[in-house]
Design a protein around this ligand. Structure first.
Ligand code: TYM
Length: 330
């Protein structure tokens, strides 16, 4: 079986971007591949040094993934900090990463801009830790959203440099999405992507109550509609269609496409429909997740079992890595 690895940071509430960019793929891949999925708590420390909410966030990410259909019996679903082997591989890979390329990473530059007061070395080497997560299981496929593409490219570079220097240990991992292209789920305000921390009013969280979802969708930017048939959609309108393609039926989407092309579209109606379709999608996940989140015994069992499964493969890789590097002295 081919190997799949991916992870999510527990830095806040999961949203539709996380679901359609990543989690939906996890669930589709779990039957066909050997999967390792994790909650990246170490990564969250690079930007969220305050750990007051970490425990609740970690538990919620576990619960929400399971509520979305991830089956801990089929995959290894674990917490990053439970697999110490990750830290060892991270150390070796740090020697394969150049300061210059790390400084040029888009996510690094964004985070420096957002938090100039906390530009720590962990933030700079974030892509190295992520490469360690992936290479630790010698994974070939990494289901992620578009924003992680550059990190994957870096992981491939680190793997290649290692293999070149010490001999083949790591396959080249590639970013993966079932639709082919990696996706970016836009935020409701049409300015960027849905995100855990920015634009909270333009992001639909899997934990949002029905009325909150309806309200957020109704606030999405629109205009008075096209004046010429078959015109190009402005970005903020295209975004609404894009979101509709994620949660609405083909008939519904077609109706509003036709209305747009015939200049009779009513954006109020469209947003109302989109809101209802999002509510229909989110409600069962939110309710299931709430129940799981409060089940201490079950969550503990999932985390312990997941780590146990992950450790077997992780130890093997560390053994191969040390051997390849010549760190076996007797
Ligand atoms: P994170 O926690 O930011 O996001 C988790 C996953 O959700 C995807 N995603 C999106 N996809 C589409 N549209 C959006 N608006 C959107 N927002 C988020 C992300 O692409 C990601 O797949 N560095 C990773 C966590 C990580 C990881 C790893 C991933 C740590 N180690 C190893 C894969 C393999 C991150 O910050 O994801």
């Amino acid at each position: 079986k081919e190997i799949v690895m991916s992870g999510l940071r527990p830095t806040g509430y999961l949203h539709l971007g996380n679901y359609f960019g990543a989690m939906k793929n996890y669930v589709k891949m779990q039957d066909e591949y050997e999967c390792f999925f994790m909650v990246a708590d170490w990564h969250s420390l690079t930007t969220h040094p305050d750990t007051k909410e970490l425990k609740a966030n970690v538990r919620r990410v576990f619960a929400e993934n399971i509520a979305c259909g991830l089956d801990p019996e089929k995959v290894a679903f674990y917490c990053q900090s439970h697999i110490y082997e990750t830290a060892e591989l991270y150390l070796y890979l740090n020697m394969m990463a150049y300061k210059g390329e790390l400084e040029k990473t888009t996510t690094f530059k964004d985070k420096v801009r957002a938090h100039p007061d906390n530009v720590n070395a962990g933030l700079l080497t974030y892509p190295v830790l992520m490469a360690a997560d992936i290479l630790l299981f010698r994974a070939s496929y990494v289901p992620v959203g578009k924003d992680q593409e550059q990190h994957l490219e870096m992981a491939r570079n680190f793997a290649n440099r290692f293999n070149h220097r010490y001999g083949d240990v790591f396959p080249e991992p590639s970013a993966f999405n079932f639709g082919g292209e990696l996706i970016k789920v836009p935020s409701l305000d049409g300015t960027g992507k849905m995100s855990k921390s920015e634009n909270q009013n333009a992001t639909i969280y899997l934990a949002d109550e029905d009325d909150v979802i309806r309200k957020k969708v109704m606030k999405a930017k629109t205009d008075s509609g096209p004046t010429e048939p078959n015109s190009t959609k402005p970005d903020y309108i295209e975004n609404i269609f894009q979101l509709m393609r994620l949660v609405s039926t083909p008939d519904t989407i077609q109706k509003f496409e036709d209305d747009f092309n015939n200049c009779v579209i009513r954006y109020g109606d469209m947003k109302k429909q989109l809101g209802e379709d999002m509510v229909k999608f989110v409600t069962p996940i939110r309710e299931k997740a709430k129940a799981i989140e409060n089940d201490d015994a079950y969550l503990k069992e999932v985390m312990l079992k997941g780590a146990e499964k992950a450790r077997i493969s992780a130890r093997k890789t560390i053994e191969l890595t040390r051997e390849a590097m010549g760190l076996n002295y007797f």
